[in-house]
Design a protein around this ligand. Structure first.
Ligand SMILES: *[C@@H]1O[C@H](CO)[C@@H](O)[C@H](O)[C@H]1NC(C)=O
Length: 248
């Protein structure tokens, strides 16, 4: 091979190996729901009397109005399109605010529903009913996982994979993580590549640590001191208590 041909061949091999090495399902398209760290349809609450929450990213509610966002001490902006809170590094958007906010939120909530349907509709899971829904102590490699039951994390669970690898968890029941327990990422795995599609309710226990994008058909509750690196995209309400929520 000429030097040019061989360097092209090396470039092609590097490209192919990078592409082929990514393990796990095709990424879930979040659309404009990805503009929000928390998106809910009926309410977003925090309990300021137990200590403030710390949210990094924008939050949105639709079709629920701004009065559905409670405990944050919202301060409306001059143009009325958004508000702020000392508990949020980002803005708050509600369907009752000034245009273009309502239309943007309708699109984002629609995209959230599409993303949930996409993730929960994937066929041919790599693992079915793993651990009978008990993930504590397991190390999960990239893939599509499916349960027809509740899923619980009673002791730490590890997601092991590279920064390009992906995980989708399809859960027909509720998802819970016990108090003070953690989802641990290893090998460079990223929260932005992990999707939990939950048909039931999600509850993260007191001082637990969670990773990934939660798409819940119902509500999401973060108990006192819970932390998530990811997004809370819920089709009813999101309830926080002294929680830390950071977008990846
Ligand atoms: C999910 O979205 C991807 C990318 O748009 C698409 O290729 C795939 O068919 C969708 N899957 C389902 C189950 O909706």
């Amino acid at each position: 091979m000429s030097p040019t041909t061989s360097s092209l061949a090396i470039a092609a091999i590097l490209f192919l190996s990078n592409t082929c090495l990514a393990a796990g399902p095709l990424a879930v398209p979040l659309g404009t729901a990805a503009n929000f760290v928390i998106l809910a349809q009926s309410g977003i609450s925090t309990v300021p009397t137990t200590g403030i929450s710390a949210i990094t990213g924008d939050i949105g509610i639709s079709p629920g109005p701004a009065t559905g966002v409670t405990g944050f001490g919202l301060i409306l902006s001059a143009d009325g399109t958004d508000s702020t809170s000392t508990q949020i590094t980002g803005n708050v958007y509600a369907s009752s605010y000034t245009s273009p906010t309502p239309a943007n939120l309708i699109a984002a909530v629609s995209d959230m529903g599409t993303a949930y349907n996409n993730a929960s509709g994937r066929a041919n899971p790599d693992y079915t009913e793993l651990g009978s829904g008990g993930l504590g102590g397991l190390t999960l490699t990239p893939g599509l996982y499916k349960w027809s039951t509740d899923v619980g994390i009673a002791t730490p669970v590890t997601l092991a994979g590279a920064a390009t690898d992906t995980w989708i968890f399809q859960i027909a029941g509720d998802l819970t993580i016990a108090s003070a327990k953690a989802v641990i990422l290893s090998g460079g795995a990223l929260a932005s590549n992990i999707v939990w599609a939950v048909a039931g309710d999600v509850a993260l226990g007191t001082t637990s640590t969670f990773e990934g994008i939660i798409l819940s058909k119902k509500g999401i509750t973060l108990k006192t001191g819970a932390t998530i690196n990811g997004r809370l995209l819920g089709q009813t309400a999101v309830a926080l208590q002294k929680a830390t929520v950071t977008q990846p």
